[in-house]
Design a binder for this molecule. Structure first.
Ligand code: KG4
Ligand code: ZN
Length: 351
């Protein structure tokens, strides 16, 4: 079984062909970083136009690398949401057109389900497991119980972790995207020079929120001599990074305890999303998993960040269960994985 996947929900245009034997035959990703860099963040209209401009070429390139024609495919899957709606529409329309022309099933995949099932593509692990998804758009802890069966244990009530990294980078005069820049600066910094708050630490049953921390960083930066010296910037970056890592670790510890009680066969703590690239956070989570007796698993970075292989794979998982979607599927800007979870409140809530 082979599925073509298309991902266009944020600022990466991507196409991939994946087999049900977990082999990735093609995986092409085009980052729009340079288009958005002058604006210091993602501009939805620019993203949508860039997807439109590049998606056909990327699909053709993926098919060429896989040495396949559309007739050889078993289905076409595209991210159907959540995400920037202009981009999602481009991917969904492309996939529907190919499916219709080739007479193949179409699947609209929840982008978060793509992230959630990646560990089964890369490592073939069994359900249930715990997933921390920390990216520019999302920050949640999910129990992954089966295909289409997720429980959201923790989510963010304001910015996602990656957004907080990007905003703090701006405050200390580093470029976009901010995460990698903050991590590089932090390497030369002293994480304990400035006392920064640990968001939500110790609070029971609470969600992520990085807005208090972000404000504390803003006030701190304003109180320092301007322009900020390299050392001051490095110390702020290191303090912020340590606070985020500790805050996420604290939430994760609590989620592990809750998940263990509800699903005793829980085996792995899996991380995904661009923020999972952060070595300080990773190290903290390795310790959290070890203390809880869970195996720690981080798929290769290219499959942690947005890509189309995860969309093709989620398509395969659903197709194997006999599922497909109609050509009347409407793209969804919001699409929570766990419809039973209480609606998160806050300005930055994405799903
Ligand atoms: O998963 P991703 O590539 O795209 C989506 O948001 O879907 O995540 C990008 C986010 C950005 O906010 C970026 O600043 C952050 O991940 N990021 C990092 C690091 N690398 C990327 N944050 C902290 N440390 C890093 N090394
Ligand atoms: Zn993503």
């Amino acid at each position: 079984m082979h599925v073509l996947g298309i991902e266009t929900s944020c600022d990466e245009t991507a196409a991939a062909v994946v087999g049900d034997d977990r082999r990735i035959l093609a995986d092409v990703v085009l980052s729009q970083l340079e288009e958005h860099r002058p604006f210091g963040g993602i501009v939805p209209e620019i993203a949508a136009r860039a997807h439109l401009e590049h998606v056909d070429r990327l699909v053709a390139e993926a098919m060429r690398r896989a040495a396949m024609s559309f007739a050889d495919l078993d289905a076409i899957a595209a991210t159907g949401g959540p995400g920037l709606i202009g981009g999602v529409m481009v991917g969904v329309m492309t996939a529907k057109a190919i499916a219709l022309a080739a007479g193949k099933p179409f699947l609209a995949v929840n982008h978060l389900e793509g992230h959630a099932l990646t560990a089964r593509l890369t490592h073939g692990i069994a359900f249930p497991y715990l997933l921390l998804l920390a990216s520019g758009g999302h920050c949640q802890l999910l129990a992954v119980l089966g295909v289409g069966d997720y429980r959201r244990l923790v989510t963010t009530i304001a910015d996602a972790a990656g957004e907080a990294f990007d905003k703090v980078a701006k405050m200390i005069g580093l470029g976009y995207p901010g995460g990698p820049a903050v991590e590089r600066a932090a390497a030369a910094g002293d994480p304990v020079r400035f006392a920064l708050p640990r968001p939500m630490r110790g609070k029971p049953g609470c969600d992520f929120s990085f807005s208090g921390l972000k404000n504390a960083v803003r006030l701190l930066v304003e109180s320092l001599p301007q322009p900020l010296s390299v050392q001051d910037g490095a110390d702020v970056a290191a303090g912020f990074q340590a606070a985020v890592a500790e805050s996420i670790a604290d939430r994760t510890r609590r989620a592990v305890v809750e998940a263990r009680e509800r699903w005793p066969t829980l085996s792995h703590l899996v991380v995904a999303g661009g923020v999972a690239a952060n070595a300080c956070l990773r190290q903290t989570l390795v310790e959290v998993a070890a203390q809880a007796g869970l195996a720690f698993l981080a798929p290769p970075l290219g499959l942690c960040t947005d890509n189309a292989a995860m969309i093709a794979w989620a398509g395969i998982e659903r197709l194997r269960l006999g599922q497909q979607d109609g050509l009347d599927f409407a793209p969804r800007p919001r699409w929570p994985l766990d419809p039973t979870a209480a609606k998160a409140r806050g300005a930055g809530v994405k799903a």
